[in-house]
Write a protein that binds this ligand. Sequence first.
Ligand code: NAG
Ligand code: NAG
Ligand code: NAG
Ligand code: NAG
Ligand code: NAG
Ligand code: NAG
Ligand code: NAG
Length: 482
Amino acid sequence: MARKLSVLEVLLIIFFLIVLVVDIFLLVLLLEKSSDTSFTPECPEISKSERIDCTPGQVVTEDVCTQQYKCCWETEADANIPSCFFPRNWGYEVINASDTSTGLTAQLQRLPSPSLFGNDINNALFTAEFQTSNRLHFKITDFNNVRYEVPHENVQLVNATADISNLSYHVNVTSTPFSIKIMRMSNQRVLLDTSIGPLQFAEQYLQLSFRLPSANVYGLGEHVHQQYRHNMSWKTWPIFTRDTTPTEGMINLYGAHTFFLCLEDTTGFSFGVFLMNSNAMEVTLQPAPAITYRTIGGVLDFYVFLGNTPEQVVQEYLEVVGRPFLPSYWSLGFQLSRRDYGNISGLREVVNRNRLAEIPYDVQYSDIDYMDGKKDFTVDQVAYPGLSDFAKELHDNGQKYVIMMNPGIFKDSEYDPYDNGSRKRIWILGNNGFAVGEGYPGQTVFPDYSNPACTQWWADQFAKFHTNLEFDGVWIVSYYSS
Ligand SMILES: *[C@@H]1O[C@H](CO)[C@@H](O)[C@H](O)[C@H]1NC(C)=O
Ligand SMILES: *[C@@H]1O[C@H](CO)[C@@H](O)[C@H](O)[C@H]1NC(C)=O
Ligand SMILES: *[C@@H]1O[C@H](CO)[C@@H](O)[C@H](O)[C@H]1NC(C)=O
Ligand SMILES: *[C@@H]1O[C@H](CO)[C@@H](O)[C@H](O)[C@H]1NC(C)=O
Ligand SMILES: *[C@@H]1O[C@H](CO)[C@@H](O)[C@H](O)[C@H]1NC(C)=O
Ligand SMILES: *[C@@H]1O[C@H](CO)[C@@H](O)[C@H](O)[C@H]1NC(C)=O
Ligand SMILES: *[C@@H]1O[C@H](CO)[C@@H](O)[C@H](O)[C@H]1NC(C)=O
């Protein structure tokens, strides 16, 4: 006896259908979870100094460590030594590999280990290039997708004419889990061994650790630490540039240097490692000795330099990243600088006082206070009238003048440098038009120096400003945002 369904019945049917779909979804989630729980961490006896922290920067309980992260646990009283550390069976495995005359490649697949931060990349590609007899380049990229890589403006990727018939190194790949060993041929010493920790390659978390042949590690920066040689006793140094006073123990300063040099032994043999990655990162040094790089984007793009001496290593490194420019002779002389001389009289008084006292001094600076409203390419005509004459007088006395500039441009359509730059569309873009920040003059935009039109604009501003004020150098300060 057919009859039409009532509205209530239809709603009930829809309701039960929804419940069914949700149940199936939850079941699938549960199954996925249970495949996770099938992972059993391999935790052999791992000496304290060799533990690679599974939860860096976090304090976790044993339960969270072993249940959630599937890592190994050994309660450790010293908070610097990780209690929660990676098992041996984390990371990736090689699914196929091939040798070429100038390198080797290996396709990597993620082992069924848990995820630290989600969005892990399942298929990666390891590529090694024997670039010169002393320089090895290796890279770990996403097999299926293109990710951001630092542009190779100065880096000569493959030197086709380099002699690689007599390599001073050998690369040995281990399949499960994936790791590499880089050896010095002449004495068979293993310089770098990544088997100490797992490769991590997620959307926003990339990590690789190296066991080192010696604890004589130099470089990485910029940071302040008392000794030139690094302290390998569980130190983590972030690398993310900012404008701040370099006081004792200060981390994160003006420059980013992802390079370190390792002096192998008393014979002076040494090698260098450079990670070409411009994202925020940190490095951990530990007593194994070992080093771990962790970065939040891009790819793992390493260069290894096997000069026999530290000097050769640095030469090989500079060949890749570019050599520093030769500074003017005068810039090596005595210099005087401070913020806020008050006004032109205050500035003149300091110069005259030093000249009268016959103190040798080659360069006088003006910090941001010479500017009108802290805007680049302007002079505060109230406090600093006659600044151009002041610069000429310095020159008449054989001295030089350096002024400060900030790469943050005041956002005001009445302000010529901003107006001209906006018409050329040379500012860094945000999600919604030009990215706007808070800088010294107020709201600022940021020149995108990777745009050739921007470098032209920047040079034009200086050329024009220089016709009014004959400065000899500029002190360009990395940007400060309060
Ligand atoms: C792996 O094998 C496949 C199929 O033979 C091939 O297409 C691919 O290029 C190989 N990958 C590497 C890294 O050798
Ligand atoms: C390339 O190799 C040649 C021959 O070994 C060498 O003269 C040249 O300096 C190398 N160039 C770079 C950029 O490494
Ligand atoms: C290969 O390199 C080693 C070490 O750099 C050197 O002693 C040796 O003479 C080289 N051999 C050839 C054939 O160039
Ligand atoms: C590479 O490593 C494997 C496993 O450790 C080892 O058996 C092999 O001898 C190594 N090859 C070379 C050339 O060192
Ligand atoms: C290295 O750091 C540890 C831990 O902070 C400290 O106890 C030790 O004195 C430092 N070593 C040196 C040589 O500065
Ligand atoms: C310059 O500054 C000094 C000290 O701050 C002050 O005494 C003087 O009056 C100022 N001169 C002018 C011209 O503003
Ligand atoms: C900015 O543009 C205006 C108008 O095109 C021009 O007169 C001025 O010289 C430009 N300024 C600079 C610094 O390029």
